[in-house]
Design a protein around this ligand. Structure first.
Ligand SMILES: [Zn+2]
Length: 391
């Protein structure tokens, strides 16, 4: 048994006043004691720090290497190269305190088939996103044409061990041959995908930008919507009542905020911004609108897709969540407790609670009053093992 003590703590849902002492044994949290508790085992106590659960990036692409056109270059990689990229992606995530990730799009089951998670972050994976013929991210291997193929695609993912179904409900910015303003599936086919997944016990997370695709997703009964941009030909705008409808539906939104500060968006994104008049300010205001309407939100960053969104960018996404009007505690919950729940990991990680995996993050300062402190990583524990932050 060993302990980790900090003067301040956040348990994944709320502030723990007086700090906490987390006891760790065999990779699990054995107990959570008050910050000043005395115990008879070795205790690591870093003064002036805050202890919280390891973070969860709910939207990553482990096959993508964070370089320009990362998604487009995946098909050119050999199996060995892909291996190295996935390993480095996980490593980069761990270094900033991310101890669990949800991969929302791999290349031909590269992540699902690797059964990752032994010593690195816990991985929940979708396999190749289900998309239309020639649709968004088609080169990942998830194209379906017709209802039978759509149904088969869901079954194949369940059989191979995917823990979530990702469906591309609209075109996407990063596949320039698709239209980000247009839905990719008929209402019926999207519903078929959702019904088939639910019958097999799998949640469905949909990529959706335009209002028409978001409404389609709500009608079809998806569990999560990623991006949820509400973008149209004249920029971003949420029609009256839509935010309230999302809030009432129970759908969890991942707005995929977060990018390297000061870095220009990639050319594909700039093209869409130019075409629609969309701005970052309008986008942040729209996410704020969703938050104020009570839409539950998680903080995944779409990590790995380019230099502006590398693996390990999540703390910046959390800062953006504060920027749109969340309290620091709400923003931290969006990448810990709430994120775990959305990923089906609520009984594994995301909280400081006895019985869960010992996934811990210790940062200097107080992220509950200054969210930038989340970037001052002092210690990361992944399933009870301290991560070598210099290695
Ligand atoms: Zn993505």
């Amino acid at each position: 048994m060993r302990g980790y003590r900090a003067d301040r703590a956040f348990d994944g849902e709320r502030v723990v006043h007086g700090g906490a002492l987390v006891l760790v044994e065999d990779g699990r949290i054995a107990g959570v004691e008050p910050g000043d508790a005395a115990v008879g085992c070795p205790v690591t106590h870093l003064p002036g720090t805050t202890l919280l659960p390891g973070l969860i990036d709910t939207h990553v692409h482990l096959c993508a290497d964070s370089r320009p056109f990362a998604l487009d270059r995946i098909p050119e990689m050999s199996a060995d190269e892909l291996d190295a990229v996935v390993r480095k992606s996980l490593r980069d995530q761990l270094m900033v305190g991310v101890t669990a990730v949800r991969d929302l799009g791999d290349h031909h089951f590269a992540v699902v088939d690797r059964h990752l998670g032994g010593d690195g972050p816990t991985v929940v994976a979708a396999g190749p996103p289900i998309t239309s013929a020639g649709g968004h991210c088609w080169s990942m291997g998830g194209e379906v044409d017709g209802d039978d193929e759509a149904r088969r695609a869901v079954r194949e993912r369940a059989e191979r061990g995917a823990q979530v179904i990702k469906v591309m409900a609209s075109g996407g910015v990063m596949t320039v041959t698709t239209d980000v303003l247009v839905p990719q599936f008929s209402d019926d086919r999207l519903r078929l995908v959702v019904d088939e997944a639910h019958a097999l016990g799998l949640p469905v997370v949909a990529h959706a930008h335009p209002v028409a695709a978001i409404e389609q997703c709500l009608d079809a009964g998806v569990d999560g919507i990623e991006h949820c941009t509400c973008i149209g030909p004249t920029g971003i705008s949420t029609p009256p009542g839509l935010a309230e409808r999302i809030a009432a539906s129970g759908v969890v939104v991942g707005p995929t905020l977060g990018h390297v500060p000061g870095m220009e968006p990639p050319p594909q994104v700039q093209a869409v911004m130019k075409r629609t008049g969309m701005t970052l300010e309008a986008r942040l205001a729209q996410v704020g609108e969703l938050h104020r309407a009570g839409v539950p939100m998680i903080g995944g960053a779409d990590s790995g897709i380019g230099p502006g969104k590398p693996h390990g960018i999540l703390p910046h996404a959390v800062a953006h969540m504060v920027g749109i009007g969340m309290s620091c505690a709400e923003a931290l919950a969006s990448v810990t407790g709430a994120a775990a729940k959305a990923c089906g990991l609520g009984d594994r990680t995301g909280r400081l609670r006895a019985g869960l995996d010992a996934d811990l993050l210790v940062v200097a300062g107080d992220p509950l009053t200054d969210i930038a402190a989340l970037q001052q990583v002092r210690l990361v524990v992944s399933r009870g093992v301290e991560v070598d932050l210099n290695g």
